[in-house]
Design a protein around this ligand. Structure first.
Ligand SMILES: Nc1nc2c(ncn2[C@@H]2O[C@H](COP(=O)(O)OP(=O)(O)OP(=O)(O)O)[C@@H](O)[C@H]2O)c(=O)[nH]1
Ligand SMILES: [Mg+2]
Length: 343
């Protein structure tokens, strides 16, 4: 499975997560506009510094322009170093580089014919207004991309960043290892079923739980990045290696009937991935509300700094209706069309 999945880590937070995947044996390419950020990744194998980049100091637009100017080289780098059946682009939604570059890069790579998923991070509620503006803009773009696979969301509101990184990488890796490690005469999960789960469009959640009952696993899913699960959620796949008395039928009852479920069994812990879920509207509203509450302050600050060269970001206040379609759902015609959507 480690050859089937690769990662493109964009920005500093993504670099931290990428390192954990690389340590587990996956191919990871680290892309950044900041050479200093890349230098912190001491033992990383494949690092790519976007030329002219000097970091994006939370300015998403700067990141987008740098990616646009260098896209052919970035794509060639990914093609040569992170070739696989599916690539996950990792980025924090609250910064500049990863947040600005992430969704656009996903869109452009899909256009190149690649199968792309996302791993992104929502800022904790006590983070800055700027992080929340970036996050909201980032998710507005992400939710518009129709051809992407699974999007995993790490919620920094759930605890310590580095612990969340480790928990996510461990769960994700354990999930990928199910076909090799968990074999049962009662049912198996093969590699194709893992890939089918991951390729499903929509939000995914992956958890491990040592609990012996279905309720323990249901609770673990609810406590993970997606809490609370949306009341009108859709679900495409529930794929799990079940332990103890945990039952697929209980998971379906709790999370909705999927198109398909894949199950196997083991004696140690339940590993479960649910994919094809709707975006966590309730959690995104928390992000939205933090921006909205500070609307006047932001407007005042933008007006005060406009002459000093602060570019972009002003029109977001008009665009903050959740999941608003900007292009009427039309399919873009060329790379240039895709790029121009993001500027
Ligand atoms: N989960 C997690 N979140 C992190 C980590 N490091 C930073 N963050 C969060 O990521 C966001 C900032 O994104 P960064 O990745 O630092 O920013 P960047 O993409 O490098 O962009 P610029 O530095 O602004 O150009 C904030 O919401 C931080 O709380 C990490 O290791 N794990
Ligand atoms: Mg950075």
């Amino acid at each position: 499975m480690k050859k089937k999945i690769s990662f493109v880590a964009v920005g500093q937070a993504a670099g931290n997560i990428g390192r954990l995947f690389e340590q587990k044996g996956f191919s990871v390419i680290y892309v950044n506009t900041s050479q200093e950020d890349l230098d912190t990744l001491e033992k990383a194998k494949f690092k790519y510094h976007i030329p002219q980049g000097e970091g994006c100091n939370k300015d998403r637009r700067k990141a987008k322009q740098l990616v646009i100017d260098d896209f052919d080289n970035i794509a060639a780098e990914i093609e040569s170093k992170a070739r696989s059946e599916m690539t996950f682009v990792i980025f924090a939604s609250g910064g500049g580089t990863g947040s600005g570059a992430g969704p656009m890069l996903i869109d452009l790579l899909i256009d190149e014919g690649k199968t792309i998923g996302a791993i992104t991070i929502i800022p904790a509620p006590d983070e800055s207004v700027k992080s929340h503006i970036n996050s909201y803009e980032c998710f507005s773009e992400l939710t518009e991309i129709s051809g992407s696979g699974s999007c995993f969301i790490i919620d920094n509101g759930n605890g310590d960043k580095l612990e969340l990184n480790a928990a996510f990488v461990d769960s994700f890796t354990a999930f990928l290892e199910i076909p090799e490690k968990h074999k049962s005469i009662k049912g198996n999960i093969d590699k194709a079923e893992i890939m089918e789960t991951l390729k499903a469009h929509g939000v995914s959640v992956v958890i491990r739980s040592k609990g012996k009952e279905s309720a323990d696993v249901i609770q673990a899913v609810k406590e993970s990045a997606l809490a609370p699960l949306e009341p009108d959620r859709a679900v495409k796949y529930i794929t799990a290696s079940l332990a103890g008395d945990v039952k697929m039928s209980d998971l379906e009852k709790a999370f909705g009937t999927p198109i398909d479920n894949f199950q196997t069994f083991n004696d140690t812990e339940t590993i479960c991935c649910i994919s094809g879920l709707t975006y966590p509207q309730t959690r995104l509203e928390v992000v939205y509300n933090k921006v909205a509450e500070n609307k006047d302050l932001i407007k005042k600050n933008l007006a005060a700094t406009r002459e000093t060269g602060l570019k972009g970001g002003v029109n977001f206040l008009d665009e903050m209706e959740p999941a608003k379609k900007k292009d009427g759902g039309k399919k873009p015609q060329s790379k240039r069309d895709i790029m121009s959507k993001y500027l």
